[in-house]
Design a protein. Structure first.
Length: 316
């Protein structure tokens, strides 16, 4: 028996099914892409968390340390007590304290060692999350607005920002200044470190200042503070403010290396080139600002690594 289809028998409609199958395939592809994006984001978050834990473990081992982490033996080592920051006393270093012009409060410490400088400030931070990752982006934006260039790098303390900013030299030419930004997230505090002069471009020159930073002790205190609030600094006690310099020279004598100005090239001027005249014996001298004490735009207070405000100076 043979069967034949009737002429008026409806033909099976297959086109809608094909369209439906195509839509399902597109949905599946989108779902796969979304899932892959989530997996990648989770992996990146885990990588960042693991790196942060590794940096925290290294900080606890190498420093800088929180006051609660310091052993009694280490706490007995000579340090300059600036309140929130306790700095190791390094022979030959010149210590400057940046002052806020209106209030004359201490807002940062600048260590000069030979042709290199290290600026330090301490801030309150959240109990759990660090703030350095966020601040790095703000620093890069500030450098860009000033017409400079910056790049991310991995340094002795983890992620850093290397920058070159335009400056006007004394003879009216335009040069560039190299600056290296480092940050350390600690328990409820953050320390911003800015390496200038030779230390910004030369690892060998930076090594003594990196060792100094590792030996810093941070006294966060128990007071409740909002994240990014500046931890209070103060002038050192009188017995620390008048140390004996190298070869018994009184505090305030010229540093052994003399003028630490060390331009990187003929048109470049480092931060350490703005060293004031040596103060009179006694270790403290306020010098006039060479700029308006400009405010940094990363939300961390008025210590701007590109401008200098009033200072008190002592040489150890």
């Amino acid at each position: 028996m043979k069967w034949r289809r009737s002429k008026d028998q409806p033909v099976e409609e297959t086109a809608p099914l094909a369209e439906g199958a195509g839509a399902a395939e597109e949905e599946d592809a989108q779902a796969v892409a979304d899932r892959a994006a989530r997996v990648a984001a989770e992996a990146e978050a885990e990588r960042v968390r693991t790196a942060a834990l590794a940096r925290e473990a290294r900080r606890r081992k190498e420093g800088p340390l929180d006051l609660t982490e310091v052993s009694e033996e280490d706490l007995a080592r000579p340090r300059v007590d600036l309140g929130a920051l306790r700095l190791p006393a390094v022979q030959g270093m010149e210590l400057r304290l940046e002052l806020e012009e209106k209030t004359q409060r201490v807002i940062g410490a600048v260590i000069v060692l030979g042709p290199s400088t290290l600026q330090l400030q301490a801030f309150a931070a959240p109990r759990t999350d660090g703030i350095w990752a966020e601040i790095r982006g703000e620093i890069r934006g500030q450098v860009s607005r000033q017409g400079g260039a910056s790049e991310d790098a991995e340094g002795a303390f983890g992620p850093e920002v290397l920058a070159r900013v335009p400056v006007r030299t004394e003879d009216g030419r335009t040069g560039h200044r190299a600056v290296r930004f480092a940050g350390v997230d600690g328990p409820r505090w953050f320390v911003r470190a800015v390496f200038g002069g030779r230390a910004a471009v030369d690892q060998e020159a930076a090594a003594p200042l990196e060792a100094l930073l590792r030996a810093v002790v941070v006294d966060r205190g128990a007071e409740a503070m909002a994240p990014r609030d500046m931890l209070p600094l103060r002038l050192p006690p009188q017995d620390q403010a008048r140390p004996t310099g190298p070869q018994g020279a009184p505090a305030g004598a010229a540093a052994p290396d003399g003028d630490p100005q060390d331009p990187q090239d003929a048109g470049e001027q480092g931060p350490s080139s703005q060293v004031p005249a040596s103060p009179a014996p006694g270790g403290e001298q306020q010098v006039p600002a060479d700029a308006d004490g400009g405010v940094a735009e990363d939300g961390l207070g008025p210590l701007d690594p590109f401008h200098r405000g009033p200072e008190t100076t002592e040489t150890r």
